[in-house]
Design a protein around this ligand. Structure first.
Ligand SMILES: Nc1ncnc2c1ncn2[C@@H]1O[C@H](COP(=O)(O)OP(=O)(O)OP(=O)(O)O)[C@@H](O)[C@H]1O
Length: 390
């Protein structure tokens, strides 16, 4: 689970980012329950046939209620006609921010995933800026190993973020089922992630939550980095100070409250590759970032003897306490002995399916949790075989 904190003490789950709106948002929040919202409300049970633009009710006029306008323009009020034809197929996961549902986009006959985030939760956690940044970053990035944004919109009480559904699940589930991976597989996954991180960093984007749970697998087993909920733009030379990420993956300079920059993502990659190759995290989790920092400082990050010398060297160079000496440029990886013979080219990397990922695995299935549906807008409470919104 991701977490942020802006100072000493235990890191709460994904709090402060949108500081500028803090006090008035809290005031707004206290009134949110009774606030009238002039948003077109879908009626459950309506026909599935798409409505043409001419039949759509006009957009609500200005001024929009604040609970709506706050989320503009990243979350437009009204979904386009095709998005009104969604049918819930099932529950995928409950993230720290929202619930992920599998839906059928009837208009396009495509299965998608929709992250449903309660607006009240965004405001309560003071994460409005962060939430909007997530969508704007995901809209900007286009890369074969990034899970791109399909669309985003808002209802009366929820925000909706839609993207392609990844049927093969996430890397964490695969790792749990497999135990660990052969070095050849680690090499392929590592090369794909190197390309993604280099791409993001070139755009000035720090992901800040690189972890297995945030890496989806496409139908051929290749990686798709997702969840830009903690990402932010950082200019060249600029530094961040917010303690955020997932404790076990957080670089020492992040755990200590900065200053830090894009190099922190490379540390997270080192932790991830260590776990993929050994089946274990290099350092056991601690209860908070202070205790975790102590553990990280004391750990020598020695690789198990089963690792090849090339892999051990790669990990030592990623899990380097001083970010200035950490590997972080494409040429560092292109010339690294662990990647000898690897072409850092997305098309070539994707040429073959990843056998271990596409072979049937006994996966942990998350059973649908009826409690998670009870909290939604009434249109989301529709049973899976009914159209949503109606
Ligand atoms: N497009 C998708 N296709 C299939 N599964 C998905 C998709 N998007 C997310 N998931 C699943 O849902 C889980 C949670 O998604 P996500 O990380 O986006 O939510 P979150 O609220 O930001 O959670 P957290 O903060 O815990 O990472 C993922 O680990 C993945 O297993």
């Amino acid at each position: 689970m991701g977490a942020t904190s802006s100072g000493p003490g235990p890191a709460p789950a994904r709090p402060p980012q949108g500081r500028a709106v803090g006090s008035w948002v809290r005031a707004l929040l206290s009134r949110a329950g009774s606030m009238p919202v002039s948003v077109p409300v879908p009626v459950p049970g309506l026909a599935l046939a798409p409505r043409g633009p001419a039949e759509e009710p006009p957009l609500p006029g200005w001024p929009l209620p604040q609970l709506v306008s706050l989320f503009l323009p990243e979350f437009p009020v009204r979904p386009s006609a095709r998005q009104q034809q969604l049918k819930i197929l099932g529950f995928v996961a409950k993230g720290s921010f929202g619930t992920i549902l599998k839906v059928l986009d009837c208009g396009r006959e495509k299965v998608c995933a929709v992250k449903v985030v309660p607006k009240v939760e965004v405001l309560r956690r003071d994460t409005l800026k962060q939430c909007k940044e997530e969508v704007s970053i995901q809209r900007q990035v286009r890369h074969p190993f990034v899970h791109g944004l399909g669309d985003s919109w808002q209802g009366q009480r929820h925000l909706f973020i839609m993207c392609t559904y990844c049927s093969t699940g996430d890397l964490h589930a695969l790792w749990r089922a497999a135990g660990c991976f052969a070095e050849a597989t680690v090499r392929l996954f590592a090369a794909e992630l190197v390309l993604v991180l280099v791409y993001l960093h070139d755009l000035g984007i720090m992901h800040r939550d690189v972890k297995m749970e945030n890496i989806l697998l496409d139908e051929r087993g290749h990686l798709k980095l997702t969840d830009f909920g903690l990402s932010r733009y950082l200019q060249w030379g600029e530094r961040a100070h917010t303690i955020c990420g997932t404790l076990q993956y957080m670089a020492p300079e992040v755990l200590s409250g900065g200053p830090y920059s894009h190099a922190a993502d490379w540390w997270s990659l080192g932790v991830l590759l260590f776990a993929l190759a050994s089946g274990e995290f290099p350092v056991a989790p601690a209860g908070d970032h202070v205790a975790m920092l102590e553990r990280v400082k004391q750990s020598s990050y020695e690789s198990p003897p089963a690792f090849s010398p090339e892999l051990a060297r790669l990990l030592a160079e990623l899990l380097c306490h001083n970010p200035l000496y950490r590997l972080r440029y494409l040429h560092h990886f292109q010339g690294h002995p662990f990647f000898r013979g690897v072409a850092f080219d997305a098309d070539l990397l994707q040429k073959d399916p990843v056998v271990v990922a596409v072979a049937p695995q006994p996966r942990e299935q998350s059973p649908p949790d009826p409690a998670t549906f009870a909290d939604f807008d009434y249109d989301l409470a529709a049973s899976p075989d009914r159209p949503w919104p109606g």
